[in-house]
Design a protein around this ligand. Structure first.
Ligand code: SF4
Length: 94
């Protein structure tokens, strides 16, 4: 069920028909962001990107946000979930 839901948003992803996926990994993210903001899959894409990014580095623009913007979003999500102590302990482990 989860897999089929995940496939649904990919079927409407605008970037699937984009010839140059390199725009999603450029230093200037503006072109990629424009593509994402007209993508009907944007929120589902962003949600999945944030889930992945909570555990590993995920480069490029996903769901209209850069890696740094998603990191901020993930951190805010954790703050809202009351998990900031867990993150702090992970970051300060020697
Ligand atoms: S939001 Fe952007 S990266 Fe995500 S599926 Fe759409 S075009 Fe691709």
């Amino acid at each position: 069920m989860v897999a089929s839901l995940a496939m649904d948003w990919r079927e409407t992803a605008v970037c699937i028909t984009t010839e140059d996926l390199g725009v999603f990994f450029q230093e200037d993210p503006s072109e990629a962001k424009l593509t994402c903001f007209r993508c009907p899959a944007r929120l589902a894409c962003l949600d999945e990107a944030c889930r992945i990014q909570a555990h590993e580095d995920l480069y490029g623009v996903w769901g209209g946000l850069t890696q740094k913007e998603r990191e901020t979003l993930v951190l805010r999500r954790h703050l809202a979930d009351g998990q900031i102590e867990v993150i702090y302990e992970e970051l300060t482990e020697a």
